[in-house]
Design a protein around this ligand. Sequence first.
Ligand code: A2P
Length: 303
Amino acid sequence: GTTHLTLNTGAKIPVVGLGTWQAKPGEVAAAVETALKAGYRHLDGAWAYDNETEVGQGIKNSGVPRSEIFLTTKLWGTFHRNPLENLNDSLSRLGVDYVDLWQMHWPVAMPSGQGKIPVNEDGSRKIDFDRNFTETWKDMEKILNDGSGKVRAIGVSNVSIPRLEELLAEASVVPAANQIELHPYLPQHDLVRFCQSKGITPQAYSPLGSTDSPLLQEPVITKIAQAHGVQPAQIIISWGAQRGVTVLPKSVTPSRIEANAKLVHLSAEEMKEIDELSSQEGKKKRFIKPTWGGWDLKFDDWK
Ligand code: A2P
């Protein structure tokens, strides 16, 4: 099967990457080391995950050269007016000179200097309404092209079709990737096709449906898993890979980390069954609920 996709920069990106969101301190370094030793060459991370120091330790402990690894970090919302400060902090925590992909984590700016998630008195999140994400994108473009070599590609995350259209109208650099919640209960067919038609590689976060996912017990998935003699997670990851998206399963369990990198080939009939799963009554689910007051992210498949 396909092991790599090619970004619009020409760089190759391994289809399966280790997700590090919700990997707890004390677990991440070992998970990264296990993954790299098992053959992973793609690590997905973010400044906001608060574990980049450990991710860097895992890379060092593995002995795998930095140049062989596709490494991603993301710009956090409170740094939209000073993206370079956030990038420099990620590089220093990771202990690397560059990342392969730097993504805007959300198309939403939040005020700086009030912690990671500034909140209003009523508990809602504070938004920096005077800072449009397209302006932040232009700053990311400048950093991409400033000759420092700190980022090899720039991308976005959590961006819907209407917001991508808004961005593409103003951008000089087409995002290399858009990382979105993507799994059989939220296949986002329209958004995936839109990204692919524009040369933007879609990337699946929470590809298994996140923590305690009901997807792993979903009869359509377990039936196909039994037919192939593999774990349900491997079917879900293989389905993503065959759609032409990169898949970023998170695990801190060695046996799962190893299994998740082993893809199987699904028949056209199996692909169709999984593609259509979310159209069954009550099956469509978003696991990650963005709670950004004032912003309607308008994911096309999620009404
Ligand atoms: P753990 O990290 O304890 O191994 P997602 O990638 O959608 O966010 O899902 C991550 C969740 O799925 C984590 O709770 C992770 O548990 C679990 N997980 C990862 N791989 C597998 C697998 N092969 N089988 C079952 N659960 C898995």
